[in-house]
Design a protein around this ligand. Structure first.
Ligand code: ZN
Ligand code: ZN
Length: 216
């Protein structure tokens, strides 16, 4: 079994997810803490539940998702897994943080490049990786088929989709990513998005105003 714990961090109301197995091994998805209090919250959960963080993973490299990378990686001696196409965002991260007035202690470089068709393993659990550009180059989704959930970053939200007006954003491409990679998953699959509430694939297929395909 995999358990998913959600945190909401930083002024962008970013959803960070700690995914852990029965042994307590954990993957940290976008643990974008931006204050000592948020870091403490994360640390408290990890120690109270006897978790062992194994890997830091980014859904994509926008500042609201990567701002905590360095601190968290140093605290738990973690490598960072992400898509290399997000590198330009990392190169621009310091300027981006300054623009938003966010404290920033530097970029964590990508140690493990991920791409379509790769997998992440946690004990005997496997998460499939989809490359889903359109919101930002380097956007990945992580699908746990037996557990029936997918972590979508800023690709698909409850009743919405990621912005496409930022650099490398492309509305047609984002729709294609969602239709070809996410809407082919079972309707009951839980969607854990990068912002806002959870949803399900079937709900978004019918109701999402940007990408719904309606009822056949
Ligand atoms: Zn984003
Ligand atoms: Zn975001």
């Amino acid at each position: 079994m995999l358990t998913v714990k959600k945190f909401v961090f930083n002024p962008f109301q970013l959803n960070a997810y700690v995914v852990y197995d029965e042994k307590g091994d954990a993957l940290l998805f976008d643990p974008a803490v931006s204050s000592p209090e948020e870091m403490q919250q994360l640390e408290a959960f990890i120690s109270e539940n006897n978790l062992t963080p194994k890997l830091l993973v980014n859904t994509h490299s926008h500042i609201d998702h990567i701002i905590g990378n360095r601190k968290v990686a140093e605290r738990y001696q973690l490598k960072l897994a992400a898509h290399r196409a997000g590198q330009p965002f990392l190169d621009h991260a310091a300027a981006s943080a300054a623009g938003f007035g966010l404290p920033f202690d530097g970029v964590k470089e990508i140690d493990i490049p991920l791409d379509e068709g790769d997998t992440l393993t946690l004990g005997n659990h496997v998460l499939q990786i989809f490359y889903t550009p359109g919101h930002a180059d380097g956007s990945l989704c992580f699908y746990a088929e037996p557990e029936g959930f997918v972590i979508t970053g800023d690709v698909l939200f409850y009743q919405s989709i990621g912005r496409t007006d930022l650099p490398t954003g492309d509305y047609d491409l984002l729709q294609k990513s969602i239709w070809q990679k996410l809407f082919v998953l079972p309707d009951e699959t839980t969607v854990f998005p990068g912002h806002g509430p959870d949803t399900r694939i079937g709900t978004e297929k019918i109701n999402n105003p940007f990408v719904a395909i309606g009822i056949e």
